[in-house]
Every structure is written in C-alpha cells, then in structure tokens.
Design a protein around this ligand. Structure first.
Ligand code: SIN
Length: 288
C-alpha cells in the first residue's frame, strides 16, 4: 500500500476503513488532497473524518469532490436540498426495522448505481447505532476459483420492490420520520453483472446484496435464493467487515461499488440524526 502525503491515515479494520486526520471537510480542498481521498476510498472502501462541523451545503460541496450528486427516489428529501435526505430515528419510535437496517448497497436497482454515499452524524446515540460495511472485493477473492468462474458468467436482477414496492417493507409508512413513498415504480428490475470490476483499481467485486439483488437473470427468485443467500451470508463474515462508532460530527464516505452496509438497530430510547447525500455512479461492468 502506498502511503498518503496529504493526511494521516489510521486503518480501522483488516478489511479496510480509513480514518483520516488533518482534513477539514468544510473548507475548499486542494487537488492533491482530493486525489488521495479518492485513492483511500478505492483502496479501503470507507473513509472517515471525525470532528467535522458542516452545513448541508458544505457536506454537498465535500461530496462533489467525488462526482456529481444523485437524488434518492422513494424518500422525501430535506427541505431546500433535493440531493440530501435526513435519516431520523426518534427515541420514542419503537420500530420493527430502522432505516438501512438490512444489508444492502445503495440504489443498486438503478441502471447506474451510486458510486458512493456520504453520511454525516448530526446526533448520535450515547450507545449503539454503529454502521457496518463489508468489503465485497475480499468476499469475491475468498470464493473458490470454480465458483468465481461460474459467477463471472451470471447477471443478477436488482429491484427496489422488497423495500419500496406496494407490498414492500416500508409500504405501511412504518418509519414516519423518514417520509417514505412506496410506489409501483419500485417493481422495475435492472440487470447487473454478478461480479463487477472496480473502475479505479481493476479489482473484482462480488456485486450482490440482500435487499435489492432478488434473482439471477433467467431464473426465478425461488431458484436463485439458495446461491444468493449463500453469497450474502459469505459476504458478512467478520473478517470482511468494517465497523464504525459514530459521534456527533463524524463524516463517512463509502464506496458503494465495493461494499454492502447495515445500520445496526441497537439504540432504543436514543435519537439518531444523519444527513445523507449520494454520488452518481456509472454502469457496472465486468472485465478489463
Ligand atoms: C443507509 O443505509 O444509507 C444509512 C446507514 C446508516 O444510517 O448508518
């Protein structure tokens, strides 16, 4: 691994997660800093900056260093900021499921799933409320060569229907603070390669997730479930995980192409408020 010149990096876990010190995300960043942040992201899957003090506008400006911003469908955006959503969980909300509380990668139901997501903690619980990511490059590399070869020939259908469809998890507006809009539009399906190539590093990525990857192309959901379930359980092995303890002012930016993530639902009685923007991505591809 090349060292970084523009800032200090402390790796959080064997699987990745680069905690960066010496960068103030509220200020304009020079080209060298941005280039190294992008390299840290591609190599370590998630970058973290602690102790930030950001307005929504400053968070958006920081995220734009990685690409143009995308908008999130099915969820009402923050007033005056169409590219930002506020993830709120009130202490009295006794929920079956918190937002982001199942393993997923963001918006893989889109033709061009987002490159990354930038999440900023406005209020964090005294205990709990961590986010965990998996490194899907390591998950791919740990599969046997024969299974790797088989998966390289397959495509996977992704859909938002299990979350935002008329019968989806959020259709009954269970998460009132989030103002989610379930819709028939969520029933659409989008094919992506099961193994995608990272456009910056050329590494191969196991590109599946529990929520949106619903079946293999040409197979039913029932036929696909045993192998998809295996791949998702395999992805969650502890040695592929990166876990982060939020504090107020923590900022995370993850590479959505090479990770899955989950918001841990273990903080009843506490408030948690996070501002989220996503960075537009490109069409997943397999090969050189
Ligand atoms: C998300 O899945 O986008 C939210 C993650 C979190 O709140 O930790």
């Amino acid at each position: 691994m090349d060292r970084f010149k523009a800032f200090e990096v402390n790796l959080l876990c064997g699987a990745g997660g680069a905690e960066i010190s010496g960068v103030d995300a509220s200020r304009p960043l020079g080209a060298e800093v941005v280039a190294e942040l992008r390299r840290a992201l591609a190599e370590h899957c998630v970058i973290f900056l602690r102790g930030q003090d950001l307005t929504p506008e400053q968070q958006k400006t920081f995220a734009r260093h990685f690409g143009p911003l995308a908008q999130t469908p099915f969820i009402k955006s923050l007033e005056g900021h169409p590219e930002m959503m506020r993830i709120i969980r009130e202490p009295q909300e006794a929920k079956k499921l918190n937002f982001g509380g199942r393993w997923h990668s963001d918006m893989t139901f889109s033709p061009e799933p987002v490159l990354g997501t930038c999440l900023y903690a406005r209020e964090s619980p005294a205990v709990g409320g961590d986010t965990i990511w998996t490194n899907q490059m390591l998950a791919f590399e740990a599969l046997s060569p024969a299974l790797q070869k088989t998966l390289e020939r397959l495509r996977v259908m992704h859909s938002a229907k299990r979350s935002y469809g008329p019968q989806g998890t959020y259709a009954d507006d269970d998460l009132k603070s989030m103002r989610i809009k379930a819709s028939e539009a969520a029933l659409k399906e989008q094919a992506h390669p099961c193994i995608r190539t990272h456009p910056d590093t050329g590494r191969k990525i196991l590109f599946v997730n529990w929520v949106y990857a619903i079946r293999f192309e040409g197979m039913t959901e029932e036929e696909s479930a045993p192998l998809l379930d295996f791949l998702n359980r395999h992805s969650q092995r502890p040695e592929f995980q990166i876990r982060f303890r939020w504090r107020q002012g923590s900022l995370a930016l993850w590479d959505n192409r090479s990770t899955q993530h989950i918001a841990v639902n273990d903080y009843p009685g506490y408030r948690r408020v996070m501002d989220r923007v996503t960075i537009a991505g490109d069409k997943p591809f397999f090969g050189g």
